[in-house]
Design a protein around this ligand. Structure first.
Ligand code: NAD
Length: 293
């Protein structure tokens, strides 16, 4: 279906650098066309040095909204007028909605994670989660899952700059939500093993296992798993990480990173347009996931 661009067509953008690899323009334009919405979604290679000028330009032109990818996510968060509760905790945004010059920042990665699990036939409400990681993706998952009713989240991370940061995030979320969050060193293998044994969901949100290091995995072997444990990975390159492969072989239900990617896009689409993304069509064309809507 070829889209006719007219003088009334509204613009949605994607900013970051590099940007050329992104699937977002393809999936969002397909969704907009299928939904019969008169918008176009265009990617702009914008680094930190020209971010503020770009935002001023977007505001002057009344661009409806935009996605933000690295390296602009944290700075964009500071430039927003308002933030969703999860974006405020993350200190980073991947989506801006522009209401006539008032910019509201959202983080849809966590929504994408939760919705991806739901579309796979599961739910995070009242669940116990072991979360590996404390970076951008992990913090978005942590905050969204805490707000969406997970009962306990046990975070494991190595002793790097992310560790002290996630301890502070956990403190805030423990005050603001009913979820009980604890933080542990990844090196504490016995605590990790016990946490996974007592969890409903094991979630990897670190880089470990991402291409080109596809033979890496933070879980040494399948003895950490138990029947019914839902194993998820934020990584989508490769589509099936070593963790996901190992869990599948063991017989665990699995949810790979492409689910999170599809549904974070769907959440942004809804924030800009007020309409549900036609997820089945986008999935059929670009993702080929087994989803139950
Ligand atoms: P980040 O740099 O913010 O965080 C990296 C995390 O990995 C930190 O917790 C760090 O401690 C941990 N880590 C890195 N190397 C490690 C090692 N050798 N041992 C133990 N821990 C290690 O990165 P991010 O933005 O959070 O991205 C993490 C992954 O999530 C990437 O693969 C990214 O592509 C993916 N991601 C996926 C989606 C999606 O939609 N599916 C969205 C965002 C990010």
């Amino acid at each position: 279906m070829k889209k006719e661009i007219t003088a009334k067509t509204k613009l949605i953008g994607l900013i970051g650098s590099p940007i050329e690899h992104s699937i977002s323009p393809s999936m969002q334009n397909e969704a907009l066309a299928q939904a019969g919405l008169d918008y176009v979604y265009v990617a702009f290679n914008v680094g930190l040095e020209t971010l503020e000028q770009t935002i001023e330009g977007f505001k002057a032109m009344n661009v409806r909204g935009w996605n933000i990818t690295m390296p602009d996510k944290n700075r964009m968060c500071q430039l927003a007028d308002k933030l969703s509760p999860v974006a405020q905790i993350c200190g980073a945004v991947n989506t801006i909605v522009n209401d006539n010059g008032v910019l509201t920042g959202h983080t849809t990665d966590g929504i994408g994670y939760v919705e991806g699990i739901r579309a796979s036939g599961y739910d995070i409400k009242d669940k116990v989660i072991t979360l590996l990681g404390a970076g951008g993706a992990a913090t978005a998952i942590l905050a969204q899952a805490a707000y969406d009713g997970a009962s306990e989240i046990h975070v494991f991370n190595r002793a790097d700059e992310f560790y002290t940061h996630v301890e502070k995030t956990a403190e805030v979320l423990n005050q603001r939500t009913d979820c009980r969050i604890t933080v542990h060193p990844l090196e504490d293998d016995s605590a990790l093993r016990t946490s996974i044994q007592n969890s409903d969901i094991l979630s990897n949100a670190t880089n470990v296992g991402m291409a080109p290091d596809t033979d890496k995995c933070l879980i040494a072997d399948p003895s950490y798993f138990h029947p019914g444990l839902i194993v998820t990975d934020a990584i989508y390159h490769p589509y099936e990480t070593k963790l996901i492969q190992m869990a599948k072989e063991y017989g665990c239900p699995v949810v790979g990173g492409l689910y999170m990617q599809l549904f974070q896009g769907a959440a942004s689409f809804e924030l800009w347009t007020g309409r549900k993304m036609p997820v089945e069509i986008v999935n059929e064309k670009y993702f080929h996931l087994d989803i139950k809507l």
